[in-house]
Design a protein around this ligand. Structure first.
Ligand code: ASP
Length: 344
C-alpha cells in the first residue's frame, strides 16, 4: 500500500487522479505516457487556477475532471474504454461537501463531458440518473451531443481486441503487455499502457470540499455494467465534516465495500485520521480481491493512496508551495513551484 499525505490546515488544496492499476516500470520512457503526464498537469493547473483565484471547490473539481475527459489518453469522455460490444458507456458523479448535494449518471454515450451533466443534476436536485434521459433532456436545452463513434479512439479498439482474448473485463491498466507491443507496432510509438478513470478532490478558500469522478469503466465490460464511479458513497463522496474522496480501481469491489463512505465513516464516526481511514478502506477492497486507490481531502490534510502497482496522480501543496505528479510508488515524475504551475 502506498500512502502520501499532505498537511494544510486551511486554504485551497487540490488532488487529481488519472486511474490506478498494474503498471510497468518502464512506462516512463513512453511517448504516450508523456501525453498523459501533460494531461494530468493541465488538469491540476485548470483546477488550481480557479482555486487560487477564490473559486469554489466544486468548480475546481469539475474543471480538473473536464480537462481529463477531453484528453483522449484518459479513460473518461473521448478515449473511454470500450465495452464487450465495442461501445463507450460512461459514468460520472460530482458531490459538494458543503451542501452534500450530488449529481451522478451512468451509461452516457453522447455526452462530451459527463461531469458537466453530473453538475446539472446536482444543481437540479436530481441526484442519480441513467444517462439516456439526461442526454435527451440536455439536448432539448441546446446542449450539443456527440455521435457515439466520436468517443472511440484507435487505441481503445486495440485494447478491446487484447482484452477479448482474456475473456474478462479489465481495469484500464491491465493486459497492457500484449497491447503495448501490438499498439506500439501499429502506431510507431514506444508502447505503453492506457491511463484510467479520472477524478479530483478540492478544498477552497472558504474551506468547502468537493469531489468528482468520471470513467468509461472497464475494458470488455458487459453492456449495461455500472462501476463505482457514479455511485455516491462508493467512488465519490464529499462532506465538509469529514472528507472529499474520488476512487479508482475494480469498481465491483469498491461498490461492495461502499468504499468512499467506509473511509468517510471512519473519519467522522471513529475519529480516524484520513490516511488511516483510506488505508483501512482499501484493505477491505483488497480482501474482496480488488485493487485501486483514491485521492482524498480532509479538514486538515490530503491523502493519495493506492494498493495497485501505480496510480496516475497529481497534487497542489500550498503549504510546501509546490505541485507534484507521480505514477509509481514514491517517484515524483514532475513537480515545481506552485506559483509557476501552468497547463503548458
Ligand atoms: N472504477 C472504474 C470502474 O470500475 C474503473 C477504474 O477506476 O479504472 O468502472
Amino acid at each position: 500500500m502506498q500512502v502520501k499525505e499532505l498537511s494544510a490546515e486551511r486554504g485551497p488544496l487540490l488532488l487529481v487522479h488519472g486511474g490506478a492499476g498494474p503498471l510497468r516500470a518502464d512506462l516512463t520512457r513512453d511517448e504516450l505516457l508523456r501525453g498523459r503526464v501533460a494531461g494530468l498537469r493541465q488538469a491540476l493547473a485548470a483546477g488550481w487556477r480557479l482555486l487560487a483565484a477564490g473559486g469554489s471547490a466544486l468548480d475546481a473539481a469539475q474543471a480538473a475532471v473536464e480537462v481529463l475527459e477531453d484528453h483522449p489518453l484518459y479513460n473518461a469522455g473521448r478515449g473511454s474504454v470500450l465495452n464487450a460490444l465495442g461501445r463507450v458507456e460512461m459514468d460520472a458523479s460530482l458531490m459538494c461537501g458543503r451542501t452534500r448535494k450530488a449529481g451522478a449518471l451512468c451509461g452516457a454515450r453522447r455526452l462530451r463531458n459527463p461531469i458537466r451533466a453530473a453538475r446539472r443534476l446536482l444543481e437540479e436536485g436530481r441526484v442519480f440518473s441513467e444517462a439516456c434521459a439526461i442526454e435527451a433532456w440536455l439536448s432539448a436545452q441546446g446542449e450539443t451531443l456527440k455521435p457515439p463513434a466520436w468517443f472511440i479512439t484507435e487505441d481503445r479498439v486495440a485494447q478491446l481486441e487484447a482484452a477479448r482474448g482474456t475473456g474478462r473485463a479489465l481495469l484500464d491498466h491491465e493486459g497492457e503487455l500484449d497491447r503495448r507491443s501490438r499498439r506500439a507496432a501499429r502506431l510507431g510509438l514506444g508502447g505503453g499502457d492506457d491511463a484510467g478513470t479520472v477524478g479530483a478532490v478540492a478544498r477552497d478558500l472558504a474551506g468547502d470540499l468537493a469531489a468528482g469522478t468520471s470513467s468509461g469503466g472497464m475494458t470488455n465490460k458487459l453492456p449495461g455494467r455500472i462501476g463505482d464511479s457514479p455511485v455516491i458513497g462508493a467512488g465519490t463522496y464529499a462532506d465538509n465534516q469529514s472528507l472529499a474522496l474520488s476512487a479508482t480501481g475494480v469498481g465491483e469491489a469498491f461498490i461492495r465495500t461502499v468504499f468512499a463512505h467506509e473511509a468517510e465513516a471512519r473519519v467522522r464516526l471513529a475519529g480516524q485520521g484520513l490516511a488511516e481511514a483510506c488505508g483501512a478502506a482499501l484493505e477491505r477492497v483488497a480482501s474482496l480481491g480488488g485493487e485501486g486507490g483514491c485521492v482524498a481531502l480532509g479538514r486538515r490534510e490530503g491523502v493519495l493512496a493506492f494498493n495497485s502497482q501505480g496510480m496516475y496522480r497529481a497534487w497542489a501543496d500550498p503549504a510546501a508551495g509546490r505541485w507534484g505528479l507521480a505514477i509509481f510508488q514514491e517517484e515524483v515524475l514532475e513537480g515545481g513551484r506552485l506559483q509557476e504551475l501552468t497547463a503548458d
